[in-house]
Design a protein. Structure first.
Length: 411
């Protein structure tokens, strides 16, 4: 296990001492009689309230895109480029808590980050101080505070019993949008979009009323000499026509039916939707085309669009997650030994078959990828032997063979 095998004695003891000191300070700050997280089970703040997302399908689409993209990215534990596996990596990748998979954990955390500006997950540790559970907490119950003496960041959490509990920042995963000057909380992107949402909602409601009133927009004219009986017969005939949604309508002499011009113009709604979509994309820092906008910027290929999405949108988010996991789930000794968590963003940058084949061919012939590495990327088992070696074209030799011996090496 890494926590025992890679930790240097002095550094590990120093880290454990700092953790225990932080724990003692936390106990001093707790206002409840005991610190028992099991009492919080079942509270609303263990989940995420997504009611806000149901008010606007454009925002729902943007947050869904970001949350699913982050959850889809493979994440692995590495040591100096070599993939490793231990208790912490298994916790994060497969079983963060008894109620979630790794996919659900990342997606819910990212959804919370985009819906409220902040995503929180409490780190619970076992007796060896190894992370044993990651629990998502509703941001509405969390408030960052600075401890007066040490000036370190703590998180104040409202408990079920009404008491406030304090957790050191090393025991809380916190991913957020950008913060304002001297701030600790991420800015809520939905609040930034308040005016856009209000305008979009007003236009939709107005358009809906116009469409609903459009079938009633008729003027029924009849001559002054029409008696009451004939007038009622004309009205009943028109009601039947309207009730049956069309059909034959007899227009008798002295009766004129005129449809009022509709003030509702469908193009106005489309323009408003396009403006809203553009503003939502700007706030969430993503290409407008990712929100199914068929107008505006054009891309020569899906690969180009995905590369732009990964480079400009996902990379800052990915980096934030990686640094939170590395800093709070790994010890300083582990990081010094070369351990780190890393998302594989290349999973979203798959090219078409022709481009991918050309990429692999150049990689193999140029000697910076082996055939087995290519097979692994394509979910094929390695075959070993020469397929695991690096080759250079010539055509072809193991890369370690002296050029003077290449003819001999091919025999």
């Amino acid at each position: 296990m890494i926590h025992k095998g890679t930790a240097k004695g002095g550094e590990n003891l120093k880290w454990q001492h700092r953790f225990r000191q932080a724990l003692k300070m936390a106990v001093a700050g707790w206002k409840g009689k005991t610190f028992d997280f099991s009492k919080w089970t079942g509270r609303v703040f263990w989940g995420i309230d997504n009611s806000t997302l149901a008010t606007n399908e454009t925002i729902f689409s943007a947050i869904t895109r970001l949350a699913n993209s982050m959850a889809t990215l493979p994440i692995k534990l590495y040591q100096n480029y070599e993939m490793k596996h231990n208790e912490v990596s298994d916790l994060l990748i497969n079983n963060p808590n008894p109620n979630m998979t790794g996919f659900e954990f990342i997606r819910n955390l990212e959804t919370s980050r985009n819906e409220t500006g902040n995503g929180y997950a409490l780190i619970e540790r076992d007796i060896r101080l190894v992370p044993s559970r990651l629990k998502i907490i509703n941001p509405a119950y969390v408030q960052p505070v600075i401890e007066q003496d040490t000036r370190e960041l703590w998180y104040q959490i409202l408990g079920e019993d009404g008491n406030r509990y304090f957790v050191h920042n090393m025991e809380m995963i916190h991913v957020k949008h950008i913060v304002g000057s001297n701030g600790l909380l991420g800015i809520n992107p939905i609040k930034v979009l308040t005016n856009s949402i209000r305008f979009d909602k007003a236009v939709r409601e107005f358009s809906l009323k116009e469409m609903e009133s459009a079938p009633m927009s008729f003027i029924l004219k009849y001559g002054a000499n029409v008696d009451d009986e004939k007038r009622q017969r004309v009205i009943n005939d028109f009601k039947r026509f309207y009730r049956e949604n069309g059909g034959v309508l007899f227009q008798e002499p002295g009766v004129e039916i005129q449809e009022l011009d509709r003030k509702y113009v469908a193009a106005d709604t489309f323009v408003t939707e396009r403006i809203t979509r553009s503003r939502v994309a700007n706030v969430f820092n993503m290409p407008v085309t990712m929100l199914n906008d068929t107008e505006g910027q054009s891309y020569s290929s899906n690969e180009q669009l995905m590369r732009m999405f990964v480079d400009l949108t996902l990379m800052p988010i990915v980096r934030q997650y990686e640094q939170e996991f590395n800093r709070k789930l790994l010890t300083p000794a582990e990081r010094k030994a070369g351990y780190y968590f890393k998302f594989n963003t290349k999973a979203l940058l798959r090219a078409d078959t022709k481009t991918q084949a050309e990429y692999y061919t150049k990689a193999i012939r140029s000697g910076w990828m082996s055939q087995d590495e290519v097979r692994q990327l394509e979910d094929l088992p390695p075959v070993g032997g020469n397929a695991s070696k690096l080759w250079v074209s010539g055509d072809l030799y193991p890369i370690e063979v002296d050029p003077r011996d290449r003819k001999t090496a091919r025999k």
